[in-house]
Design a protein around this ligand. Structure first.
Ligand SMILES: *C/C=C(C)/C=C/C=C(C)/C=C/C1=C(C)CCCC1(C)C
Length: 234
């Protein structure tokens, strides 16, 4: 019976719990705030809410899995990433579209392709479907495609010629993709390939990273939407 419930000393389990609650709260927040921004920002906030909602459900399930098995719920992480990361990529495109920036849909397509390459090969490497080093290298190319697009490609150029608030938000979002996201490939190398980080630490680090990379990412968009809608954010 004990095994079925989260124990107070199970810090990893508690971290899954806290993230799932944080994601639920963030979902409600973004949905609610979406009602007071200008029309063209509603979709951006709705997508931010969807990212958090999808993650909330996965985190709830991952906590259960962890409590019952004490093992890393990797497959559910990848399923979550496969849904939420493309949604986050749409956000880059949406905020540019909201201010009427000249950015074609091919920009979004490149972000999507980069995401799929990164996640599909990462999964194949971790699940043992292919050599973990080769899979890692190909997955890194996927991430590089995303980084190129938002730092030097069409999306970056379109952001550069928009207003100051969009430029600020765009820079913050791409910094999250560069720095906040670096946790995941590091986890792959040190946790999975080299086996130098134990499952407990790895899960806590991933949980913290997801918290920042999803909620903070959404908050940056929210802040931009509020500013551009002519209301002070406080
Ligand atoms: C909300 C979830 C997010 C933002 C997840 C992001 C995941 C990644 C950036 C994963 C990246 C990986 C590599 C760049 C190479 C090795 C394999 C991955 C999938 C761990």
């Amino acid at each position: 019976m004990d095994k079925l419930f989260l124990q107070s000393g199970d810090f990893v389990g508690v971290s899954f719990w806290l993230v799932s609650i944080g994601m639920i709260a963030a979902t409600v927040f973004f949905l609610y705030e979406g009602l007071r921004v200008k029309q063209q920002w509603r979709l951006s906030l709705l997508v931010a809410a969807l990212v958090c909602l999808v993650a909330a459900v996965h985190y709830d399930y991952m906590r259960d899995f962890w409590v019952a098995t004490s093992s890393t719920p990797n497959i559910y992480r990848y399923i979550d990433w496969l849904i939420t990361v493309p949604l986050q990529m749409i956000e880059f495109w949406l905020i540019l579209a909201a201010v009427g920036a000249a950015v074609g849909s091919s920009s979004f397509l490149r972000l999507l392709i980069g995401t799929l390459v990164m996640l599909v090969f990462g999964f194949m490497g971790e699940a043992g479907y292919m050599d973990s080093t080769i899979a890692f290298v190909i997955a890194m190319v996927g991430w590089a495609i995303i980084i190129y697009e938002i730092f030097a490609g069409e999306a970056s150029k379109a952001a550069g010629s928009s207003n100051a608030s969009v430029q600020g938000a765009f820079s913050a979002m791409r910094l999250i993709v560069l720095v906040g996201w670096a946790i995941y490939p590091l986890g792959y190398v040190f946790g999975y390939m080299l086996g130098q980080v134990d499952a407990n630490t790895l899960n806590i680090v991933y949980n913290l990273a997801d918290f920042v990379n999803k909620i903070l990412f959404g908050l940056v968009i929210w802040n931009l939407a509020i500013k551009d809608s002519g209301e002070a954010s406080h």
